[in-house]
Design a protein around this ligand. Structure first.
Ligand code: NDP
Length: 314
């Protein structure tokens, strides 16, 4: 068993976690960062990122995260590969245990574990992920300018993605498993009044079709099943955007900090403070609305500043 004592433990390593690490290091909080299963977070599984400020030509998501990580290392952040498996926030210092049995005693904790997109669970979806299948319309939509795409889902995210993509693409099929949308009325109105969005009601995807090999491949279509008649049909599309919701990565925090009905961490408005003094949250783990790399980075900055102020006031 290893033991680590730190003024600031950061759990998670997306833009929120690494940005928190930069600020916390510069504030002499000697942060220890546990990167989690996917070091660098969701950005590392997207392709070219063109909306992160500072990269006028765009940059691969993984490279951006590596840049931010190096920036945190430069100021002395202790970044560790590994996952925190359990936390005890009942008293300070907080006690957290990692998968390699490191026991961390932390005066403050910044939770930046992010959220994971829900997937349909089709093998073909996995095969074409990053080569025509995406869960982020604002990240990847640009690559489908003038092309035909499909959006899967019936909630606000799907409706927003469809209207966003309609501004770029020739045609957007919005494929939903029922005969009415779950999205808010205002979003529904937008969808129905956008001429190049075609609703495909009561269908579920059964296979994403494509061509190429492991070095270069692309999507060519999607095979759908009508849920009542079980009739199949194929649509020719160049891209598929899966928008069936996200789930915040908060399993280990159940019962430790206040979560909302959808398991997002509740933070005090305008701050990163959770209901536990000394525990802060940043990024997608507490953000169901914006879910952008840059808003997550901003949240990480806020959380580190909140942690610093908390320690000064103790
Ligand atoms: P939701 O959970 O609201 O919607 C998910 C959609 O995906 C539903 O229509 C659901 O179908 C469908 N779905 C789920 N699983 C499957 C599956 N396996 N196969 C096919 N379809 C599936 O998620 P969202 O991400 O859309 O929204 C999450 C929350 O964030 C909501 O509260 C939303 O209002 C909010 N939000 C707000 C925005 C804003 O205010 N600007 C923007 C985006 C989201 P079914 O309807 O049949 O259950």
């Amino acid at each position: 068993m290893n033991e680590v004592h730190t003024p600031c433990l950061i759990i998670g390593s997306g833009p929120a976690g690494y940005t928190a690490a930069i600020y916390a290091s510069r504030a002499n909080l000697h942060p220890v960062v546990f990167e989690g299963m996917q070091s660098g977070g969701q950005l590392t599984i997207t392709s070219m990122v063109e909306n992160f400020p500072g990269y006028p030509e765009g940059k691969m998501g993984g490279e951006i995260m590596e840049d931010i990580r190096r920036q945190a290392l430069r100021f002395g952040a202790d970044i560790r590969t590994g996952e925190i498996l359990s936390v005890d926030f009942s008293k300070r210092p907080f006690h957290c245990v990692s998968d390699d049995d490191t026991h961390v005693w932390a005066e403050t904790v910044i939770i930046a574990t992010g959220a994971s997109a829900r997937w349909l669970g089709l093998p073909s979806e996995k095969a074409y992920h990053g080569s025509g299948v995406s869960t982020c319309a604002t990240c990847d939509g640009f690559f489908y300018k003038g092309k035909d795409v499909a959006v899967i889902g019936g909630g606000d995210t799907a409706a927003e993605d469809a209207t966003y993509l309609a501004g770029l693409c020739r045609k957007v099929y919005l494929i939903h498993r029922r005969d009415q949308l779950r999205a808010s009325q205002i979003m529904q109105k937008k969808v129905f009044s956008t001429p190049n969005i075609e609703m495909v009601w009561s269908h579920v995807p059964v296979e994403i079709l494509g061509e190429g090999d492991k070095f270069s491949k692309n999507v060519t279509g999607i095979r759908l099943l009508q849920v009542e008649s079980k009739a199949e049909k194929t649509l020719k599309v160049d891209g598929v955007f899966v928008a069936i919701g996200h789930h915040p990565n908060t399993e280990i925090f159940e019962g430790q900090v206040a979560l909302d009905a959808d398991h997002y961490i509740i933070t005090e408005a305008g701050t990163s403070k959770t209901n536990v003094p000394g525990v802060f949250a940043a990024g997608d783990v507490q953000d169901r609305r914006y879910k952008q790399a840059i808003t997550a980075a901003a949240g990480g900055c806020r959380a580190a500043l909140d942690a610093e102020h908390f320690l000064l006031e103790c």
